[in-house]
Design a protein around this ligand. Sequence first.
Ligand code: SF4
Length: 289
Amino acid sequence: MAVTTRLSLNDKLHLTCSRSGTCCHGKIVRLNPWELACLAEAKGVTPKEFRDQYCDFGGIQLRFDGPPGWREQSACSQYLPDFGCSAHFGRPLACRLYPLGRQRQGEELYYMYQGSDFPCLDGCPEVVDLPQLTVAAYSEGQATKRFEAAQDEYLELMQNLADCAFELLLETGLAESGDRQTVRLWQEMGQEEPGQLQQRLGSNWIDLLMLPDLAEDLNDPVAFAHRHHDLIMLKAEESFGTLDNAADISKASALMMGLALHLGRGLGANPPELAEHWIKTAKAHGALD
Ligand code: SF4
């Protein structure tokens, strides 16, 4: 199991950046829909243009297809040699917090880094000559507040999508009818590669998940995520509200679960673990093995 080092807000670390750009090479940077819209705004393009040109898997991950740099690893699509991040003002939470991560489990929230050695010392040993910062001061300097709020709102939306999948399975009579297929589909999707799941969900639902047309709410990530939630639920209601046969209800449940898993990956969660957790919950409420 990967070691993580947990931190308190008062811990002081070598968090002052030496701006060598090593951390913009060879990484995986996930995005939520609001972050995607922020990056597009910073770049002066539409979210769809940004997604199509610079992201993978329908927009949940920044593409790293720039020229090789540090240790011959490919640069982020936003990285310009001798300049740095070309979307600096819209950079996502993962970049703002790096090398720290942020984990929310229920009411518990903490910051951490991977491994027992502070990651920056490998790529940028010169940081030891720069002033140390507390985790709290670093987050403030990186203006993470709105980005953390967006992350939390999208975690809620992810859970609401999973709840819709539960309702379709457990409250329509589907589970009681002896259905086993739906939970198997959830499990299959949890194991799929992101590109496979993207294909399975189809471009209309992926676009609704990652490209909501909500530019007027961009300054307020909470309002943005709430309106996004409403758009998805309205579409789900229109699409599934009148289904009356088991096969279609099962497919609808799988679709909602797939959206939850895809969004979850974009939020840094682990889809196989998420799927297992949700399957266990469904079984505890009457779904069959
Ligand atoms: S978005 Fe900017 S800061 Fe983040 S990895 Fe890409 S170039 Fe670096």
